[in-house]
Ligand binder design. Sequence first.
Ligand code: HSE
Length: 424
Amino acid sequence: MKNVTIAFLGGGNIGGCVYRLLEDMKQEIAARCGLGITVKKVLVKDRESFIPNGIPEELLVFDRQEIMADPDISLVCEFMGGEHPAADFMLEALKAGKTVVTANKVALALHWSELQAAAQAQGVGLYYEASVCGAIPIIATLNGSLQANRIDRLMGIINGTTNYILSRMYKNGEDYDLVLRDAQALGLAEPNPAFDVEGMDAAYKLSILASLAFHGRVTYEKVYREGITGVTAMDIACGKEMGYVLKLLAIAKRDGNRVEVRVHPTFLPEHHPLAQVDGSFNAVYLYGHSCEDMMLQGFGAGTPTASAVVSDVLNACTAPAHAFPAFANTAEADASLHFTGNWETRYFIRVSAKDAPGVLAKVADCFARENVSIATMLQKGAVDEGRVMLIFVTHATHERAMQAALSRLDPEIARLESMIRVEE
Ligand code: HSE
């Protein structure tokens, strides 16, 4: 049996889940992997802020040097979250010759090149399955199981909080603010939920997934981002009537060297596999030229995240050699990729229009002048203060053409209420 001594940087919720899972699986880990894993030290800020979670208090340390300088510790799991000091501590651990397992998408997306370079220089490992979509093995799938593919398209529901909010709004017609308060009360959304609802969490994760899928560095800055704070119950209801479900989608597409990476609210046809992914579930749907269509679904946060962390620990301890992501190790976006904001998709446009002869023709003319073709049109509801609601779904068109068409609208005649992209 091989005995491995490890330490945690962070002893919060995920740290507690990982500790308990390692304890729970001790016998299976010994039998299946021939491994004995001992957690020797857990770095926390101070004893007072530690909330009992199964980690024995005698393991707590308050100075990271107790871990960095301990020659017994060969592997460090990082659960601190955020960019700093997590990235600095991981770098320090790698430079001290310790393999790092992390669940931290922010530190990884922003400091991937330095972390990876340090790991390679020391011949140690950097494992990050838990950083994207918790328990779903999407990193292993992209890095390993789908090697024989050129992946051209990847779309994901990769933030559970926003999916919970949008699912409730879709099912019950509830308002955004009310559902958000419930999500906070349930502990799904943070007290400051901006990181989730503004789409940052999904954009960090997409930067990692797209880099792996396209074998080229897709930095966080390249990801176009819109959150769900402007989504209304009215948009969701109108979309539902037209057979669409609203999701916060992370989308990465590649056509030759032309790449688009974007996170924004998106309507999907109700029969689309991603449209069925409800509540706090995550899912990634992708197309590879040899595997064709594929979807992976599971829980992206909380206790199931420990499944990915412990698997990484076991893989790291049993790997004959540490593997590294197969794309250029650079801090910059891959220069061979051309990132575009002028993607082509369909659009759901809702306007509040004056109820008068010729108004519809005027709106249609704004679209026609930019060569935007209308696929469906719906007039909804009663006349309210002399205005009616008009909804258009376009055929596939370019983002710039759509924006140009919308800028032609005269708000006195037709005021734009919402513009939501539609994927197939
Ligand atoms: N805040 C994330 C989510 C979980 O709601 O999916 C951690 O990645």
